[in-house]
Design a protein around this ligand. Structure first.
Ligand code: NG1
Ligand code: ZN
Length: 529
């Protein structure tokens, strides 16, 4: 191996002195100005991973819902999944290696992971609309080419689109065509099929206002518009033509502040939704006739989808096992509704999609959503095969039709990762098919009032948690303090955990009233501080 090119280019992408970056739940995230070396090195690492897996690997440049000045990078594994945990460690070590140790760090990874350097490598790259993203993607390309890898730069794409493309590349087109058009075709075909009966039976136009967070969603939804039925009219706001990305808008803002984004007027009973900066999260909302704001978050999305799938399963007459996966941030009412009313098993994992994704793979049908609106549904190979077979061969027409509908749901869902475009289309299809209004959806259960706060501490890593982050282990005494505070309120619950994407400790509290949830969150913040 000729390391000359690697070293030569590396000097052009020097690591800032004293900087330490951690490959966390969402890859590397930091101020964009600090990331050039990490981008170059992730280009190198992607090549090694590609050689090891003899597959195409994805590199996505985005910092999702974070401020416009930030950026980030994450690698996408062959089936469109998040990078394997052992490689996250390699990523951290490589990104933090001093210049003179870079080559040794690379050879160590090759040794540990039995990478054959002669093997070919193919990397596909995508980026969000941040002003810093294009230059940073060039640094990734420098890394890829320095190690002799080939690449295809897809340019501006949503994060879930890149996951889709990676999966298609590595499954010989079985999952879909490995182009952006292929993505639009696959999803829109399923959506058109799912809704055609409803739309043809004289249903009125369905209007949806979408807050695009000033990011990629606007661009991609405009591209997709021509593929979708006329009956669905999407009105785009915060489309990136003015204002900053994620500034006072986007799914994260709406969820954490529990209020509408700037730039979108929510008229009474209008259905609205917000995407985040890379379009992998979605939340819905509306204002009632009295002007009260109602948020419909990831938990309610998971409930709507699970309920629809359970009904479809009954019609199909198949005994497939559905499970719902949540995190500690799931509203207590949602967990209770799913378990007690819907009789669906619910599991709680640590924050971070990879944990939810992993758990959801254990079921025939695994529905997973973070309360913040990141989620999707996974179908086991066997379940998918069964449904497709029934859709094709079943002689009972009613069952066959239900199976065909199920098949379309499978095709509409991006199983590689949570995808706001795909989730939005699925939700719109379910609401249309079931004739549900946004209020009826919201009324499935009533959320417990809740509050999320951020606390800045000297070293957030001193907080260690267990039980899917619901209990604090260290510092000693903190859990007892939280338990005492929680006892003061009814229907209350609270927990704290260090963020994996920001230098803060997150506090979550819920209680019988908003005032009490706010008080509990503030009290717990003070206990942390
Ligand atoms: P952190 O910063 O670790 O809380 C946030 C979200 C996660 C996940 C990641 C990746 C919350 C409370 N946390 O992680 O759910 O989406 O970002 O984007 O929403
Ligand atoms: Zn995102």
């Amino acid at each position: 191996m000729d390391w000359g090119a690697v070293t030569k280019f590396s000097a052009l992408h020097a690591k800032p002195d004293g900087l330490f970056l951690q490959y966390g739940t969402a890859g590397f995230r930091a101020k964009a100005t600090l990331l050039d070396h990490a981008m170059y090195r992730m280009g190198l690492l992607a090549v090694l991973r590609s050689k090891q897996k003899k597959s195409t690997i994805g590199v996505m440049i985005t910092a999702s819902h974070n401020p416009e000045e930030d950026n980030g990078v994450k690698l996408i594994d062959p089936l469109g999944e998040m990078l394997a945990a052992s490689w996250e460690e390699h990523a951290t070590r490589l990104a933090n290696a001093e210049e003179q140790n870079m080559q040794a760090a690379l050879t160590e990874i090759c040794h540990l992971e039995s990478v054959t350097l002669q093997q070919k490598a193919m990397i596909i790259i995508g980026r969000d609309t941040r002003p810093s993203s294009e230059k940073l993607s060039q640094s990734v390309i420098d890394g890829v080419t320095a190690l002799g890898g080939q690449y295809h730069d897809f340019g501006l794409v949503t994060t879930p689109q890149l996951h889709y493309l990676v999966c298609c590349q590595n499954t010989d087109g079985q999952y879909g065509k490995a182009t952006i058009e292929g993505y639009y075709e696959k999803l829109s075909r399923a959506f058109v099929d799912l809704t055609k009966q409803t739309f043809s039976s004289g249903h009125k136009n369905r209007a949806l206002k979408i807050d695009c967070a000033g990011g990629i969603a606007a661009l991609k939804l405009k591209e997709m518009e021509g593929y979708l039925p006329r009956e669905l009219s999407l009105h785009l706001f915060n489309d990136g033509t003015k204002g900053k990305l994620n500034d006072l808008c986007g799914a994260d803002y709406v969820k954490t502040h529990q209020k509408p984004p700037k730039g979108l007027e929510v008229k009474p009973n209008e259905r609205c939704c917000s995407f985040d900066g890379d379009a992998d999260r979605i939340v819905y909302y509306y204002n009632d006739a009295d002007g009260h704001f109602h948020l419909i978050d990831g938990d309610k999305i998971a409930t709507l989808i699970s309920r629809f799938l359970k009904e479809l399963l009954l019609e199909v007459g198949e005994n497939l096992k559905i499970g719902v996966v949540q995190t500690a941030y799931a509203n207590g009412s949602s967990t209770q509704y799913l378990q007690e009313i819907m009789k669906v098993p619910v599991y709680c994992t640590k924050t971070g999609v990879k944990h939810l994704h992993h758990k959801a793979q254990e079921f025939d049908i695994g529905v997973y959503f973070e309360a913040n609106g990141h989620g999707t549904v996974l179908f086991s190979k066997a379940a998918e095969k069964k449904i497709r077979q029934l859709a094709k061969e079943e002689t009972d027409e009613k069952i066959r039709k239900a199976a065909m509908m199920f098949e379309n749901v499978i095709d509409l869902i991006n199983q590689t990762v949570g995808d706001a475009i795909s989730d939005m289309l699925l939700i719109e299809a379910i609401l249309a098919v079931k004739g549900l209004s946004v209020q009826q959806w919201d009324a499935i259960y009533t959320d417990l009032p809740n509050r999320q706060l951020k606390v800045t501490v000297a070293d957030r890593q001193v907080i260690d948690t267990t039980d899917a982050e619901r209990q604090v282990v260290t510092p000693l005494g903190l859990q007892e303090a939280i338990d005492e505070l929680v006892k003061k309120y009814k229907f209350s619950r609270a927990f704290v955990r260090p963020s994996g994407t920001e230098d803060v400790v997150r506090v979550y509290a819920e209680a019988d009233s908003q005032v009490n949830a706010d008080r509990l969150a503030t009290d717990v913040s003070l206990a942390v501080f």
